[in-house]
Design a protein around this ligand. Structure first.
Ligand SMILES: *Cc1c(COP(=O)(O)O)cnc(C)c1O
Length: 413
């Protein structure tokens, strides 16, 4: 008899005791503000569907057309025979949107991070990470075998010290004619951080990586579609797009579909097609997903996208001042409500669910131990009334200022 179940049972019980056990909730509706979860209707403040595209008719139409024309599955990896027209259209659309020479897509943002970092770096190289970067980047860094150095969140002095350290430890061969290639140094950060919603000091990071001859990867998962005049992301907003070597993105958040992408130079993309294992050894995404993502990017680029984005920022402006707990300095669609204890956060999330509001509690290992929080996300698909409802519910739990006095007529939607 196998001891597998016995051993796993003990580990799971331990997770239960520590308030860290997780389970899935079945959702019976599309992603939208009103979710049907386990049979109950909940007002949804949990998704990353920031612009309300996941259930948008134009994305669904595009997916349906691709499904009819190209079928349900892709059949093989892109390099074998799965490189269907919808994938190429998506990559052209993404490069145009991001203003880069080229783009390449993956089955997820996670796969994109894994692919690019392991393709670029190996044992002789160094990767320098912000302490709070996404798990996909941490996993990729580990898998690459490169030396990993971590700087405290957004700490430019420590980043510079690490860059100086790598500079000093460069092999002699670098400047000579030795065939050994140069030690590669990659700095990786998110532009808008997924759990705190705060921003990296990108301008300064770009200056530093240039001063020390390092490369920079910026993960724009939570900024694409929301920042910059063309809604390309925070790098555009700060006018840095042309100085960031590698732009990582997901097609599954503001863009409303699923998949991941790397945007950058033509050479970079050619290199990834040849070397990124999560691209090479994985079946191409379903054509419908690629077509939906293309429609998502086009929508974001259109006046409708502009209006959605504006709507989202209006909600941010309404909600942020109402939250009692100190928030990170820059406002955004991610509104963390700090709680602390894991069990307490779970308890508060449960009480909100009883009030018909769905805000997930985020716990270790997603965030540090003892730093559990509610992670509230806003969407352009919310109405002004939805935003008032969540403020009210949080106020009843002492987490927001009471805004009963606010006239509902101020929110026409
Ligand atoms: C969601 C996310 C990813 C991964 O993207 P998926 O498409 O969901 O796999 C990468 N980085 C950050 C910061 C994310 O939030």
């Amino acid at each position: 008899m196998s001891t597998l179940d016995d051993e796993l049972g003990k580990d799971l019980a331990e997770l239960q005791t520590r308030g860290l056990h997780r389970s899935l909730r079945q959702v019976e509706s599309p992603q939208c503000p009103h979710l049907n979860v386990d049979g109950a209707e909940l007002l949804n403040f949990s998704s990353n569907d920031y612009l309300g595209l996941a259930n948008d008719p134009s994305l669904k139409d595009a997916a349906r057309r691709a499904l009819e024309r190209y079928g349900a599955g892709s059949g093989a990896s892109r390099l074998i025979c799965g490189s269907l027209r919808p994938h190429h259209e998506l990559e052209e659309t993404l490069a145009d949107f991001k203003g880069t020479e080229c783009a390449v897509t993956f089955s997820s943002g996670y796969a994109a991070a894994l692919g690019v970092i392991t393709a670029l770096l190996s044992r002789d190289d160094v990767v320098i990470l912000d302490k709070l970067v996404h798990a996909s980047i941490v996993d990729a860094a580990r898998l690459s075998g490169a030396q990993i150095r971590v700087f405290p969140h957004n700490d430019l002095n420590r980043l510079e010290a690490l860059l100086q350290w790598t500079d000093r430890s460069k092999p002699e061969a670098e400047t000579g004619t030795d065939s050994k290639r140069r030690k590669r140094v990659l700095v990786a950060t998110e532009s808008v951080f997924s759990m705190d919603g705060d921003q990296a000091p990108l301008t300064e990071i770009v200056q530093l990586k240039e001063r020390y001859g390092a490369w920079l990867m910026v993960d724009e998962a939570h900024a694409t579609g929301l920042y910059g005049i063309r809604r390309r992301g925070l790098a555009e907003n700060l006018n840095l797009s042309q100085r960031v070597e590698i732009q990582l993105g997901t097609l599954g958040k503001a863009l409303g579909s699923s998949g991941g992408c790397i945007c950058g130079s033509r050479r970079l993309v050619e290199y990834l097609v040849n070397r990124a294992r999560s691209f090479i050894f994985s079946t191409a995404p379903a054509p419908a997903a690629a077509a939906a993502a293309t429609a998502g990017v086009r929508l974001v680029q259109s006046p409708v996208g502009e209006a959605r984005c504006k709507q989202l920022w209006e909600h941010v402006a309404t909600l942020r001042p109402a939250i009692r707990v100190p928030a990170p300095s820059q406002p955004g669609a991610i509104v963390p409500v700090g709680i602390g204890g894991e069990a307490e956060a779970m308890e508060i999330a449960q009480r909100l669910r009883e009030k018909g509001i769905y805000i997930p509690a985020i716990r270790y290992p997603t965030v540090a131990r003892g730093r559990a929080r509610l992670r509230l996300t806003l969407s352009a698909a919310h109405s002004g009334g939805d935003v008032q409802r969540v403020i009210q519910a949080l106020a009843e739990l002492g987490l927001a200022h009471d805004t009963q006095a606010t006239s509902p007529h101020a929110f026409p939607r």
